[in-house]
Unconditional design. Sequence first.
Length: 286
Amino acid sequence: MSAHPRLSLNQATIKYAPLAEALRVTAEAGIGAIGLWREPVAEVGLAEAARMVTDSGLRVSSLCRGGFFTMAAGAERRASIDDNRRAIDETAALAAAGAAGSAAVLVLVAGGLPAGDRDLVGARQRVADAIGELAPSAAAAGVTLAIEALHPIFAADRAVISTLGEALDIAEQFDAASVGVVVDTYHVWWDPQLLEQVARAGNGGRIASYQVCDWITPLPADSLLGRGMMGDGHIDFGPLTRAVTDAGYTGDVEVEIFNQQIWDAAAAEIAALTVRRFGAQVAPHL
């Protein structure tokens, strides 16, 4: 089976592969795009990473990740904002290095509750405030900040933004070219308002990224690693994928999986499996 032209392999799915190997494995599997992570880019340096991306011939579908700015005013919050500005510049550089059709999309994970803090409303407002600070820099760089809602089990420690509707409530305060949302099947599949919110996102031109993987049970001890290859869990990819398509999203579709067994397998084996499962579970609905 050949890879669907809109398939992107997110680096997290082959976590242990260094950047050079990740680029090579993705291209050799016939996949046309890759979602990059900041840590592997930093290991080789931005300039070298950009050169490697150009040489690979791949599109860049996104850069993960920015965000983590729920803390109160002070040095820690200022450092986080400054780091996100660097992430914006990295996103622009890597998108420019990628093949035609690359997307300058920086995925934002909001961050959880600061230690000792139980004020979810206040934390969510601090997320909106931080994005307000960053939006002008994103606009100047031609980058879209993509707010990713995470499943509510991660509200305390990773993301106080739990639904697509909450992400849109923030994104809609800013220009759609600068601030959008991520639709990640793993995080939002359970939401009874999901299809309505996808349509809302589409109406506003807010869908900056579509990420897919499955929800598997029983969840592992580390619930963060409870993602599975499409078809191994409980998510019905047809209705959601059709909704995202009907909402006007035409960009790359990233497969992003956090799963220890998948990480322990050979990267080339996982890339080939991704092509097959995406072709069977997602591609028919694009």
